[in-house]
Every structure is written in structure tokens, then in C-alpha cells.
Design a protein around this ligand. Structure first.
Ligand code: HEC
Ligand code: HEC
Length: 326
């Protein structure tokens, strides 16, 4: 055989292998179990708990609720359209337009409770399609099942919002990579309030603090020192916000903050306060859903503070906002 022929055959063989491999990924993944057989018994107390989780502690609403027009600092949620979904694209770190789905009964009305449960903790929709992991299901997999059930009870009780949003269209090879992300949940019990540090750890991971405040690679996997920040978020006006260093370093982190100062920093960022800060062309803006977190309880915020004081301090200054280049 001539060299050219060998090369041709080798090329064909590699191509065939690649086709088989991609086919296998599509056949085998996402590898998640059937939706659990589950019926959430909604009570007023469970719905109220779900309201707190969705709008505040887990900040689902930070993504799934449209913001007030015109834009305000830290995106103030439009309370008349809770869960209607919104377009999230536009920022440079996203490869395409991304839409946080409509999660009101208009969209989820014919899903079973088990299918909603599986979407939140495993990351596939009712048909088994993998969800783009901007939806933080890799961090929801450890949620306490009681917390997930409360969220489902709340979603079911939301006023319907007749909005249809487009589905994400991802460029290759993301549709292949994305199939590998969904996984079965590994539920944890929510620690009791008296175990403050353990509760704080549970909250810092499930409430997306770790996700945003730890540097990640382009696939979204955490690669940096936990809670040292410096994750860039492109702002629509061209500026860049970077997550702060929230390790207990005294100079560059939050090591010199008291528990009361930490809680007060969140309390100051109510939707009413943020609404007065309409950033001109997204100057000094942020991706952090402060307005959602501002109504977290002292118990939950205090626990996060207590946990953050136990992580290794990192001495590294972060410039949290760079204005757009003029
Ligand atoms: C950082 C933004 C973000 C947060 C926070 C977030 N989501 Fe999502 N969610 C998304 C995006 C984006 C999608 C669409 C993913 C896709 O289409 O592949 C989505 C999809 C979903 C879906 C699937 C809907 C469908 O039609 O396929 C459900 C259900 C859902 N989210 C519920 C929740 C709940 C409950 C929470 C809080 C516990 C939450 N989300 C937090 C961004 C987010
Ligand atoms: C979507 C990304 C995102 C999430 C989620 C997020 N943060 Fe942030 N955080 C940021 C960015 C960006 C900044 C810097 C700009 C600003 O101050 O808002 C910041 C700033 C901060 C600051 C201010 C530090 C200072 O020196 O003023 C604290 C404290 C903080 N975050 C704590 C938290 C905690 C605790 C959580 C979880 C409950 C959390 N963050 C979740 C992105 C995020």
C-alpha cells in the first residue's frame, strides 16, 4: 500500500471511531435515573418555605424572574412576573443567548412533581434533555429533599405567566459536553441551626456563593482556590465585574468584618435600595443577586459568615469592577 493510502485508511478509521464515540455519548448520556415517583403535599407552610428558598436563599428568582425595566443595580426582580423566565445572554462569557426557562404552571403544568424534582437536582428536562449548567444543578444535587419539595410546592402555586421563551442553541462541541454533566443527586440533610458552620457550608454551596466566588474554567468547573473570587462577569455595557475575595484574609478578604457587618451588608441591598441605584449604562454593576439574598434570615446569613471564617485565607486583591474601555 502506498503511504497516501495508509494515511487515507487511518483518517477514515479515526473518523469512524469519532462517529462511534459521539454516538455512544448520545446513547449513554445523560446518565440519570427515571424521575422519582413523588407527590408533594402542598401546605401553606411548605409554600411559604418554598417562597423563601426560591426568591431569597437559593436565588432561583435571580435568574428565572424578569428584572424591572429599566435596569437597576443587581437586577431587581419584577414581582408581578415571578418565574416567567428571562433572556440571560449577551455577556461575553456565554457562547450564545441563554434563556432561564419559564417555571410557572404555564410551562410546568403537565410535568409531574418527580420530573420537576429531577430537573432541579439532576439537570434534565421532562424528556431527558440535558439542561445547560448555567442552571446550577451541579450544586443542587446535594439539596435536602425537603427543601426541593418546598420549592416545587411554591412553583405549583405561582400565578401562570403565558410566556414562551426560545430554547438554547449551543455551538458544537457544547451539546456533546453538556450531556456528560447531569447526574443522579447525592442528597444531604440541611444541618440544624445550632451546627452553625455545617449549616453555613451547606448554604454557601447550595446558594451559589461557592460557584461565583471561585475561579472556573471555560467549562464552568471550579479550578481556583475556594472563595478567593476573581471570576469575571461581562456586563452588558462593556464593563467587567469580578467576584470578591470572601476568604477570611484580613486585608484582601472579609477577615476583618464582624458577623453584624456581614449581615448588614446584605440587608442594605434591598430591592428598594437597589432601585434607587440605576447604573448609567451598567457602570459599577454586579452579577451578584444581592436583592434576592437581602431577605435571607440572620440565622442563614450568620451561618454563612461563620463557615466563611473557617476556610483558608487567601491574600489576593480583587478589583471587583472595571469600567468599559472608553
Ligand atoms: C444562574 C441562573 C439560574 C439559577 C440560579 C436557577 N436556574 Fe433554573 N434554569 C436556568 C437556565 C438558564 C435554564 C434553562 C436551561 C436550558 O434550557 O438548557 C434553567 C432551567 C430550569 C428548569 C427546567 C425548565 C424546562 O422547561 O426545561 C427548571 C425546572 C428550573 N430551572 C428551576 C430552577 C429552580 C427551582 C432554581 C432554584 C433552586 C433554579 N432553577 C435556579 C438558570 C438558573
Ligand atoms: C452570580 C454571581 C455571584 C453569586 C451567586 C454570589 N456572588 Fe458575591 N459577589 C459577586 C460579585 C461579582 C461581587 C463584586 C461586586 C459586588 O460587590 O457586587 C460580589 C461581592 C460579594 C461581597 C462583597 C465583598 C466586599 O468586599 O464588598 C460579599 C460579602 C459576597 N459577594 C458574598 C457572597 C455570598 C455569601 C454569596 C452567597 C450567598 C454570594 N456572594 C453569591 C458575585 C456573586
Amino acid at each position: 500500500m502506498s503511504l497516501k493510502r495508509v494515511a487515507l485508511w487511518a483518517g477514515a478509521a479515526i473518523l469512524a471511531l469519532a462517529v462511534v464515540a459521539v454516538g455512544a455519548v448520545f446513547l449513554i448520556f445523560p446518565r440519570v435515573s427515571k424521575a422519582p415517583d413523588l407527590k408533594v403535599e402542598a401546605t401553606p407552610a411548605l409554600i411559604a418555605r418554598g417562597d423563601y428558598l426560591f426568591n431569597h436563599q437559593l436565588a432561583c428568582g435571580g435568574c428565572h424572574t424578569p428584572e424591572l425595566e429599566p435596569h437597576r443595580f443587581s437586577r431587581v426582580n419584577d414581582k408581578t412576573r415571578i418565574g416567567a423566565g428571562r433572556r440571560m445572554g449577551g455577556a461575553p462569557e456565554f457562547p450564545t443567548d441563554i434563556y432561564a426557562a419559564n417555571v410557572t404552571p404555564t410551562a410546568l403544568g403537565d410535568w409531574t412533581d418527580g420530573e420537576i424534582y429531577r430537573a432541579i437536582v439532576s439537570g434534565v428536562d421532562r424528556t431527558g434533555r440535558p439542561l445547560f449548567p448555567v442552571m446550577p444543578y451541579p450544586f443542587y444535587k446535594s439539596l435536602d429533599p425537603e427543601d426541593v419539595k418546598a420549592v416545587i410546592a411554591y412553583l405549583r402555586a405561582l400565578p401562570p405567566q403565558p410566556v414562551t421563551l426560545p430554547r438554547i442553541k449551543l455551538p458544537m462541541p457544547l451539546p456533546i459536553i453538556m450531556r456528560l454533566v447531569p447526574a443522579d443527586p447525592t442528597p444531604e440533610m440541611r444541618p440544624a441551626a445550632k451546627n452553625e458552620v455545617a449549616l453555613g457550608r451547606y448554604l454557601a454551596f447550595s446558594s451559589s456563593c461557592f460557584e461565583c466566588h471561585t475561579k472556573r474554567n471555560e467549562r464552568g468547573e471550579p479550578t481556583g482556590t475556594p472563595f478567593a473570587g476573581d471570576n469575571p462577569f461581562g456586563l452588558p455595557g462593556g464593563g467587567v465585574a469580578r467576584s470578591a475575595n470572601i476568604t477570611p484574609d484580613k486585608e484582601t478578604g472579609i477577615g476583618s468584618w464582624t458577623r453584624a457587618q456581614f449581615i448588614a451588608r446584605f440587608r442594605a441591598m434591598t430591592p428598594e435600595a437597589a432601585a434607587k441605584m440605576a447604573p448609567e449604562a451598567h457602570d459599577a454593576d454586579t452579577e451578584m443577586p444581592w436583592t434576592n439574598y437581602s431577605a435571607m434570615t440572620d440565622e442563614d446569613l450568620g451561618a454563612i459568615y461563620a463557615y466563611l471564617q473557617t476556610v483558608p485565607p487567601v491574600h489576593a486583591k480583587v478589583e471587583t469592577f472595571t469600567p468599559p474601555a472608553k
